[in-house]
Write a protein that binds this ligand. Sequence first.
Ligand SMILES: [Zn+2]
Length: 56
Amino acid sequence: MARKHVNQGRAPAKADLPEKVCAACGRPFSWRKKWARDWENVRYCSDRCRGAGAKA
Ligand SMILES: [Zn+2]
């Protein structure tokens, strides 16, 4: 019997992390360590979305 990793794409600890919805692409994204100090101000899931969404 072959053993495979079944939990692809599933991260149990992820449930504990706060989530937001990206203001650019509309997709939910989870807290990341790099945002630890600036989570309140994070509005985009990536720098790419920030560039796309930051129209001023
Ligand atoms: Zn996004």
